[in-house]
Design a protein. Sequence first.
Lengths: 344, 344
Amino acid sequence: MRLTIGEARGLATRVMTAVGHDIADAQIIGEHLMDCELRGLPYGGLARAISIAERMERSGDGRRPIRVVQESAVSARLDGGDHIGYIVAYRATQMAIDKAQAAGIAVVGASDTWYTGMLSYYAEMAAASGLVSVIASNASPWVAPYGATEGRLGTNPICFGFPSTEDPIIFDIGTSAIMHAEVTLARRLGAELPEGVAFDGDGLATRDPAAALAGAFAAWGGHKGSGLAVVVQLLGILAGSPPIPPELAGFGYLIVALRPGLMGATQTFLQNAASFASAVRSARPIAGAPPVRMPFDRSRRERQMRLAENAIEVPGELVTQLTRIAERNPQSGSPPAGGEPGHS
Amino acid sequence: MRLTIGEARGLATRVMTAVGHDIADAQIIGEHLMDCELRGLPYGGLARAISIAERMERSGDGRRPIRVVQESAVSARLDGGDHIGYIVAYRATQMAIDKAQAAGIAVVGASDTWYTGMLSYYAEMAAASGLVSVIASNASPWVAPYGATEGRLGTNPICFGFPSTEDPIIFDIGTSAIMHAEVTLARRLGAELPEGVAFDGDGLATRDPAAALAGAFAAWGGHKGSGLAVVVQLLGILAGSPPIPPELAGFGYLIVALRPGLMGATQTFLQNAASFASAVRSARPIAGAPPVRMPFDRSRRERQMRLAENAIEVPGELVTQLTRIAERNPQSGSPPAGGEPGHS
C-alpha cells in the first residue's frame, strides 16, 4: 500500500517507542529506516523494524546507558550498552564530527551494539559537515572467509564519504556475496538463493536460505573481497568488538573523520572531487550500456524521486504487522527500557 | 641466474645511484625492490628498476626537493617534487608514524610523485611501530570505471595494516583487473592478456597488451571494486593529486595512522587481532582445498624462505641490462639530480 513519508515515518517511530525506545531515539531510528525506503532499499526500511522488535523480544532488555569509556581531543571510545547501532553509531558519528572539526582528524569507536544500518547514512552526516570519512562495522560470523565454508566474518560493510562542490561522493558496500536481510527475506518468502552464495552447516553449497542461515554465506570478491571483510572485522575489534561476536550482539562501529583543509585549500579539494566525479560519469560507456554512474548516484536519484512524490510503497501485510506492534503498550508488551527517560 | 640477497640489493642500489639518486635514497628504493623479490613479486623487484630508469630518462630531471607545504600536530602535506614514490611515501610514512605516536592519530598526504611500490611495505613500517594504518595511492588513468571503456582511474591500490601479538595483519590490493606491470611484461614477452581485463583505444575488448596500454584496463570486482577505485582516486586527490594525473607523474599518496591504545588497552587489541587471525585460519576449508590463509600469509612465508636461502632467482638478461645501467656515470649517463647531495 501507498503511505506518505510522514505516515511511514510516524509508523516506524511508534514501533520503536513500543519496543522500548524513548522518543528521541525512536526518531533517530525512524529517520534511518525511512531513508532506506526513500533510497529503494526496503529490506533495511520498515521491514527491518520487525527484525528489531524480534531481536529485542528474543534477547530481553539488557540495555545499559551508552557511555564514553575513553576520550581524547582526537578520539573517543563508546560502550554502546547493547543499544541498537542506529543510535550508537549516530552518537559516535556526531562525536567524530565535532572532534574532527576542532582537531582536524578524529577516530571514534563504539562497542556492544547491533544493527548499525547503512554506513552511508553516517558518511552523509560527515560529508554534510565538510568532512571526509572512513567507516566500518563488523557483525556476527555469518560469512565464510575465501576458501572456507564456516562463518568467521560478519557481512561487514565499509564506507567512505567525501564532500565536494557538487553532491557528496559516498561509497558503501557489504563484503558478503549476499546480504543477511536478503537471506532472511528469502526464508520468509520460501524463495531460493542464487547459486554460489552460501554453504549449509556441513559446508556444502546450498540455495536454501534456512540452511544458509545455519551455515555460512560466501564472501564477496574472492580473496580480495574476503580480505576486505577481514579488515572490517579488525576495525570492529579495534572499536571493542570481540574477535567473533555472538548472534546479533557485540558489533563494533568505527569512524575516522577528517577535514580536507588539513591537506591544502579546502575549496580546491571540493572542486577537484566534483571534477573527478564528472570525468567518471563522462567516460565512454560499453557499447549499448547506460551512462556511467558514480557510487550513490542511483540512491540519490531514487530518494529525490520519492521525496518529490511524497510516497512510498509498502506491502499491506507489513503495515498490519507494524501497526500491531505499535499499538502495544511498552510498559506491558515489551521489556522495560531501564534507565531510559519516559516513553511517549 | 641465482644472486645472493646482498648481491641483488647492491645491484639495485647501484642502478638507483646511476640514474641520479643519492646513496641514502638509492638504498631506500633498493630495499623496497628487494622486498618485492623476497616476497615473490618479481615484476615489482629488479625488473622495476628498468622501468624507473626508463621513466627518468624519458621525462628528464624535473625533481625539486621534497618539502612540507602544510603541517599540524596531526597532519602533514608533502610536495613530492616529482621524486619517485618509494622515497616520498617512505618519508610520508615516517612522518605519519612520528605524529601518530605523539598525537594518537595522524594523516599525511604527498603529491607530485610516481611509482609508490607496494603499499604493504609502508603498512609494515606502521605496524612495526604498533600502529594501525590505512593507505591509498592513485595513479594515471589506465583503468576504466565499471560500465565504461575509457580510463579514468589508476590501478589504485589500497592497504590496511594492523599490529597483533603474532604477525601483523596486512591487506594490500590493487583495484584493477590486471596490474600495469603485468601488462607491460606481457608486451615485452609478446604474450596475450587474459580474457575480459582490457579494452583497446576504440573501447572494444582486447587481449593485446599494446592495445590495452593505448586503451584501458577493466576495474576489478564489478561496481563494488570500481567504487573502491573511485575512493582511492579521491584519497589521492585529497593528498594533492590532480583529478586525472598525467602519465607516470602527479600521483598522490595518503596514509592515516593511529595508535590502537586510543580505543582501549593496547594489549587487548593486539591479542584479539591475533585470536581473530587464528580463527580465520582454522575455518573448515572447502572440500579438497588447502587451509585458509590470512592476507599476507603467502608473502611472509616466501620472504622467510628466500631469506633463509639467502638467494633469489633473476633472469640473466635482466642482470646484464641492470649492470649496464649501473656502470654508467651518473654525471654523464643520466640527468643530473639538481639540488641533491653528491652521489656515491
